[in-house]
Write a protein that binds this ligand. Structure first.
Ligand SMILES: O=P(O)(O)OC[C@H]1O[C@H](O)[C@H](O)[C@@H](O)[C@@H]1O
Length: 430
């Protein structure tokens, strides 16, 4: 399609055509100055549902949704996903209408910010029992949200948040067996550099091809076009597969429902349902847990952000100095064994992408990553990604905030965040 766009030489605008009612499906024929032509209004949800039916076992998901001990909630945040959600979850999978939140698309997203995370998907977060300010007695077993154009997703269990980094790792680990499309195996898996290394551990254990790419979906696209990758994901709530080579928020939700359906296939309704939280905790017990958080500093003065990044690169030149500094702040944090600026050589077209984020890699597998966002709209957005790996099964239940506190302190001190930006706290924490 892209190649065809490069061959367009001219386009014509037919100004005096009669109006076509785009709210009704059908074909309208016209006689134009260049001859006869037709305008066809079609239902895009139909094609999409037909594609999804070739990927997932709809009957198995329908059985899960019908269980009396299973409940479900989907929040489209007034984005385009609402139309698809009605068709898929209500018409096809017979979920109750009350399962849908904010599923009428609105030009202004109902005044909200259609970003599927714990900060902006407030209503869903409260309904799932994750809001301290608005406790609920019996939240649904499964919750999910989409962004405005439905390509990203957030997965929640009852009073439980699944990090996007864990989500892609868990989908990859469970794909074969749960999702018919993957029954013949996975070609490979990929994550963006700042995404946690949870997927790496799965790839290693299942002996899968693995790729770590810079932030930006095009890098996954190249891998998928070349038949090297089946499942990929990012910390920024994007998850996808080679069924369309794009992020696909509804696909991710169906992938999770498929995993739950598979895990509960032989669990009678008298026994305890295998929940989202069970699936995640079992995953951590098998593969270890990657505690993870992202701090965003939005609308920072662009020069100050550049100076902070230059400072971090400068500091990297002496690892003994870095480690001395770290020990002064938190003696309990492991040593940094490697520090660099991430560079990627695309295995398909050989292109090189440099300066893709500053990394501090610790001996125990922890990581600190600093990047300037490519999508922020005002000033600069500094993203700080903090990750710690824990393979000791007696320690994987620690609260993420507690587990990450030492690394957070190190990151803020190493980067001189407050000194450069004047900010004592981030704008958003995910
Ligand atoms: O972190 P940023 O540079 O703001 O990018 C955030 C996201 O933007 C777009 O959606 C890209 O397709 C993603 O690959 C990226 O993760």
């Amino acid at each position: 399609m892209y190649d065809l766009t490069k061959t367009i030489k001219e386009y014509l605008i037919a100004e005096d055509l009669p109006n076509v009612d785009i709210s009704s499906i059908g074909t309208t024929s016209f006689q134009g100055p260049e001859g006869a032509f037709e305008v066809e209004v079609f239902d895009a949800t139909e094609d999409y549902v037909n594609l999804l039916k070739t990927i997932f076992d709809f009957k198995a998901i329908k059985n899960l949704l019908a269980r009396p001990d299973f409940s479900f909630c989907y929040d489209a945040l007034h984005g385009v996903a609402g139309v698809y959600a009605k068709k898929i979850f209500i018409d096809e999978l017979s979920a109750d209408e009350s399962s849908l939140l904010n599923c009428v698309p609105k030009e202004d997203f109902g005044g909200g910010h259609p970003d599927p995370n714990l900060t902006y998907a407030k209503e869903l977060v409260a309904r799932m029992g994750l809001s301290k300010a608005a406790p609920v007695s019996e939240p649904p077993e499964f919750g999910a949200a989409a962004d405005g154009d439905a390509d990203r997703n957030m997965i929640l269990g009852k009073r439980f948040f699944v990090t996007p980094s864990d989500s892609v790792a868990i989908i990859a680990a469970n794909a074969i067996g749960s999702i018919p499309y993957f029954n013949s195996g996975l070609k490979g898996v990929a994550r963006s550099m700042p995404t946690s290394a949870a997927l790496d551990v799965v790839a290693k254990n299942l002996n899968l091809k693995f790729f770590e790419v810079p932030t930006g979906w095009k890098f996954f696209g190249n891998l998928m076009d070349a038949g090297l990758c089946s499942v990929c994901g990012e910390e920024s709530f994007g998850t996808g597969s080679d069924h369309i080579r794009e992020k696909d928020g509804i696909w991710a939700v169906l992938a999770w429902l498929s995993i739950l359906a598979h895990r509960n296939k032989n669990v009678s309704t008298d026994s305890k349902l295998v929940t989202v939280e069970d699936v995640v905790r079992q995953h951590w017990a098998t593969y270890g847990r990657h505690f993870y958080t992202r701090y965003d500093y939005e609308n920072v003065d662009a020069d100050a952000a550049k100076e902070l990044m230059a400072h971090l690169v400068n500091v990297q030149s002496s690892l003994p100095e870095v480690n001395k500094l770290i020990k002064q702040v938190r003696p309990d944090v492991a040593d940094v064994e490697k520090a660099d600026e991430f560079e990627y050589k695309d295995p398909v077209d050989g292109s090189i992408s440099s300066h893709q984020g500053i990394r501090y890699l610790f001996q125990d597998g922890s990581r600190l990553v600093f990047r300037l966002s490519g999508t922020g709209s005002e000033g600069a957005t500094i993203r700080l990604y903090i990750e710690q790996y824990q393979s000791d099964s007696t320690k994987i239940g620690t609260e993420a905030q507690d587990a990450l506190a030492p690394l957070v302190k190190v990151a803020l001190s190493l980067s001189k965040m407050q000194e450069f930006t004047g900010r004592s706290s981030p704008t958003v924490i995910t």
